[in-house]
Design a protein around this ligand. Sequence first.
Ligand code: C2E
Ligand code: MG
Ligand code: MG
Length: 514
Amino acid sequence: MPAVGNPNRSPIFRLVTIASSALGSFVLGLWWMQTGFGNGIAGLPAPVTGAIIAGLCALAAGGAAMSFFAGVDESVDYVVKETHYDKLTGLLSRQAMIARIAQAVESTVRSGEPVFLLDLDIGRFKQINEAIGFSKGDELVRAFAQRLKASLPANVVIGRIGAGEFAVLYPDSYFNMSMDVIAERLIAELMEPYDLGTHQQSVHVSIGIVAIPKDGDDAILLLRRSNLALQNARAAGIGNWAVFHSEIGRVADYRRWIEAELHTAFERGDFDLHYQPQIDLMKGRTVGYEALIRWKHPERGMIPPMEFIPVAEETGMIGPIGEWVLRKACRDARLLPADCFVAVNISAVQFTTKDFVGLIDDVIRETGIDPKRLELELTETAMMQDRNRAAAILKQLTEMGVTVAVDDFGTGYSNLSYLVDFTFHKLKIDRSFIERLETDQNSGAVVSTIVGLSRALGVHAIAEGVETENQATLLRAAGCEVFQGFLFGRPAPLVVEGGELHALHPAAARSALH
Ligand code: C2E
Ligand code: MG
Ligand code: MG
């Protein structure tokens, strides 16, 4: 729907029109009478002249009144369009959406058929808007809205309820597949990059879901709850969705606390890096260390990365934090054995920043690390957001001599075609497969398939999260020879005493090597 223009005739304008028409007719009548038509017009007697004048006045007033009422209609239409529709996208406005949610509550109570309310948002929209400029930001919102509309069945009610936030009313009867499939498809489609003419813009999308009437019967409350679910989805990482549950308020409070605390924590120097060894059984030694960030809060103690990294990604704090991790890990590499590399986790948000390769290049030069000793761990999600750009970056990194590992492999995309387009050197088999190795035969099949795939692609495979001897044996049977996990060594701080490296080679790792 196009944006609505202001009506050219407002009610005040119309009132003035009536008054001036009536006054004009009256003055004209007086003038006629005074200039010799007093005895009548064209020989007509005075009462007839008076009647004509009165008729003219009535006609003018009638015409003006007509235009006034037409104007009122036009103004009502204008007000409806102004308040009911979002100018930028033509979708329903927040106010109109609230009314529609209230209607949906009424209809579900009557029909007993549930309706789902989805709260979707473009992650870090404020930062994107500031980075690309408001007019490109508007373009992005429009393109996003169009794609959202195209991805949903016709007649589904959609509104724009915040700058980069949208609400959808999805009746249960429209479902031809389960909610998880719908949410995941929607996220995948909406996270494909947007062509803004000047560049391809990647976005992160999260969805919060409430069921009407199960989760509430008040429109405002339902919106608040869907937003809490949305925050929960965001906290779980990029491209997630979550449904509302009663505990969710507490999660949201905690998240807000993290958000408020992150900056201070960074300035205060709460962060540290721990290192976890990676063991190559064929070589019989530790070949590298993964740097894992640790946040020790002075009052709350250790806060796991899975809880604060997604918040840092969303607030933009991942920029300075990620850069700090990269610098420190590259500096620390000097303290690690010379034949070991250091692996650094790179968040999807970091990877998609403008000059990511430039940053890596700067850090390599500043710290003097041999690029061959630097490994970057990227997830499939990070690489899939803008495939062309990702392919170019991976190629540049490889040319610089930096190694790339695909972290948490097997949990992201089922479409493996990207493996052909991208240059990388290692697949890190996700811990979830290793965890189930002893109880689930399929996990064994998945692991040996990934090992076979890595061989076919000419890259390495490493199993992460190896905790038991039994898992290590099964992994070796599946052809995997490089391991990382508690069995071989927990992440530990880098302690150098008298030139000796401590806490990196626990007894378990040594015994496992033999
Ligand atoms: P990840 O990169 O997959 O790291 C492996 C995680 O598994 C680490 O958790 C590690 O402590 C844990 N782990 C290793 N071996 C075992 C095992 O045998 N059993 C079990 N149960 N867990 C094991 P951590 O340190 O809590 O990190 C979690 C995630 O947070 C990391 O997953 C990574 O995605 C992210 N992360 C950690 N440090 C950084 C960082 O510096 N930057 C970024 N962007 N992300 C980070
Ligand atoms: Mg990792
Ligand atoms: Mg991993």
